[in-house]
Every structure is written in C-alpha cells, then in structure tokens.
Design a binder for this molecule. Sequence first.
Ligand code: ZN
Length: 303
Amino acid sequence: MPFPKTEVEIIFYTRDDKNIYRKVSSTAFDKTEVEYVEEKDYAKKIALHTAGESNRCLDVVFVPAGYAEHEKEKMYTDLKLYTSHFFAKKPFSDAKDKINIWGVERFDSQSGIPGLKNSTADFNDLGMHYNTFGSERYLMTEQLWNLHDAILGVEYDQIVIICNSEVYGGGGIYNFYASTYLDKENPFVLVHEFGHSFGALADEYSSNDSDAGLVSMEVEPWERNITSMKDFSSKWGDMIKKDTPIPTPCTKQYEETIGVFEGAAYQTKGMYRPYQDCLMRSDKPFCPVCIRELEMLLEYHCK
Ligand SMILES: [Zn+2]
C-alpha cells in the first residue's frame, strides 16, 4: 500500500459464511516504527515487456523460484518464454499496449521445488513447495516476507511465481499471487492461475474433489463468473439472449451460447457457470463473461 502521510487506522475484515464482512482486528499505523530499506536491497529488475508508464498500465512481476546460480541462462530463457505464454491468450493477447511485464533476477540455494514425496527439503528459499494443504499439485509459499523482499523496488500490481520444475502444479489467490510450474508448450496453468489472482475468477470445474465444500450454495458467491442463483441479477444476466432457457441445458444447441449451466466451483449441483467451457474450466479460451471481467480490470488499471 502507499506510504500513509497522515495517521491511519488499518482494519482487517473477513467474510463470514453469509459473505458479509466482519471486522477481525485493527491497528493504528505508527510512522515512527517503520523500517526503511537501503537501496542496495532492491531487486535486480529485468524489463520483459514494456507497454508504458506504470500508473497507466497493469504491471506484472515474474518471480523465478527454484533456480540455482548456475541456471542463470535458463532463468532468463524461461522468463522470456513465460512472457510470450502470457500474451498467448485473449484478452491479454489484445492488451500488449496495457501490460508491463517485469522480471527479477534471483537465485535459490537449491535447484527445483521441494515438497514432493522424495524431496529432502520442505520448502525453498522463497518458501515455495508442492503439496500445500496436502494437495500435491498446489504449489505455493506461506513466506510472504521473503516473496515481497525478493521484488523490492519493482513496480507491480500482480505477482506471478515461475517455478523451475516440470512437475504439474500451480496456484492463484485473488490479489495475492499466482504460481505455475514450467510447461514449455502450454500457457494454460499460468493464465488459469492469473485468472484467479488478477481476475478474481472462480474455477468453473464441476467435478467433486478435495476442494468441495469450500463454497456455500446458500448465498450468492462473490466471484463474478459463477452463480448459485440466489442473486443472479448481480451477475451476467445482461449478456444472455432472451430465448436462452435458464438453467441452460448442456447440449450441442447451446455450445458457444452464454447461459447458466449447472456445475461449477467443484460442485456438480447448485452452482452454475456462464458457458459450457472456459479457461477457468479446462484448456479452452476464456468465456465471454470471464473476458468481460478481465477487460474491466485491465481498464481499471489503465485509467
Ligand atoms: Zn469463464
């Protein structure tokens, strides 16, 4: 957050099971207790794609993780590859003039990412590891100080951690960070996780698995690309043609149609998505509803 020039109170809220914000705690900001960082601690910044001034662009920083010092060349190659991966999918492919991509040069003491069955370490220097919360493919860090220290002095709105590991995995939390494993061919995981961390988009999968039960069907979810039909008018109703039935049958007739299809957010029943398929569901383009949300957020950053 910007450095407050006057006295401020910082208040933390959490959403309860009805999606209502409840105050958790608050603290007064005391300017005299701030630790200043010397310039020498700033990250070594790499310009991977430059669109314009930071206050008129979305700034994304790519943070390499799991690269040992002897892998410097590979790190630069992968950061460049992931820059082209990032612009491979709409709406980002149409927004090259709105998005700056920065990288940082940093190294870990060990090559690769720990956390898999036969690894000796629990996490790397950035705190990255597989198996977060017992889910093998969930590739995250809880060491936020380390992450933010690694990108000190870089202008960024969004953080993406590029992991030097070809074992499938990734993760993305809204306004927090996204992470991806290394896939030389396919940008799917990168863009999907960025859909979570930048776009606040929910998963549109319907299969029940370990994450089921995280969503309440009793209230309208806050994510813009799913609905429990409790308050659908607040979602994508304005994009649906009058003759489209609601809920919309998942048939050939309604492929390529914006509707209300049952099955989303790991639920097979009671939660709905706007399109039969979407990048938030599988390796397909973003659906028109997700595109609209992402474009809106891009515009917000470029105002
Ligand atoms: Zn979608």
